[in-house]
Design a protein around this ligand. Sequence first.
Ligand code: GFB
Length: 309
Amino acid sequence: MDRQARVCVAGYKGLVGAAILRRLTSAGFTDIVKADRGEVDLTDQAATRRYFEHEKPAYVFLAAARVGGILANSTYPADFIRDNLLIQTNVIDAAHKTGVTKLLFLGSSCIYPKLAPQPLKEESLLTGALEETNEWYAIAKIAGIKMVQAYRRQYGFKGISLMPTNLFGPGDNFDLKTAHVLPALIRKFHEAKRDKSREVVVWGTGKPRREFMYVDDLADAALFLMERYDDEQFVNVGVGRDLTIAELAELVREVVGFDGAIQLDPSKPDGTPQKLLDLTRISALGFTPKTALREGIERTYRWYVERSG
Ligand code: GFB
């Protein structure tokens, strides 16, 4: 990619979009156009088309999406399916119609069937029923993958899709009602330490297994794939290791330095029993993530403390 080419980051204020922006800047890109709610409403088809006609980006990182943790997904199913379908349909179509050279779409590991064999291979897509708490979001993301593939087949549009595992890092959402587990635990342990509480409540049985990737590593993978990969098959991106939620809670407790107890609340949903991605495909392309889980949590915690005081 020419470092002078115009690159659009859709959703640049979100966890992923902000990391992609940092990565592009450090890689020397000088003409970056940023699209978020302040610039254009990507759920509005006409506005999205006008934005693309006006800005004419050559490359698009489509990181704009409505995202959230297990509770947000099950509380707002309509918002999750509608907003994601609208945003991705409008952006992919506008990109094609305005001559974008290449687009990268971001999916999620929740697209795989709830009980698919682990680690999750790309070939497991659409082989079984989805996890109930987030099937609305997953259906939208699957539609996005298929749309990118269809536009390649019918129009020769150069779209690629990346399926990230659970992500975390600076810029994450720490609102306990909508957050994913990692930022939620950072906040809970931090506040428990500050308030000298005796315990922290962790949702579910603690048994589900999740894989976590530091968001700057995902941004590295996004640029890596944009520059070196051009195929219909989407690509998993993760770290290749998972741990239980109980183990994660223990790790966050140590990083934050809270010395009270961990109380599990099994009345809250567990979600998918395990989500560990198979990385054969991206490893063969030559990509390896850099950041160890503890180091990523330490960096995120430092960011959170600086921000929240
Ligand atoms: O990160 P999370 O909300 O989403 O939850 P998923 C992961 C696990 O952590 C679940 C448990 O078993 C939760 O019950 N957990 C424990 C907590 N304590 C907490 C807490 O305080 N907050 C939260 N949020 N969870 C999401 C999907 O699934 O993953 C999305 O809903 C998306 O669609 C995302 O795919 C990556 O990993 O279960």
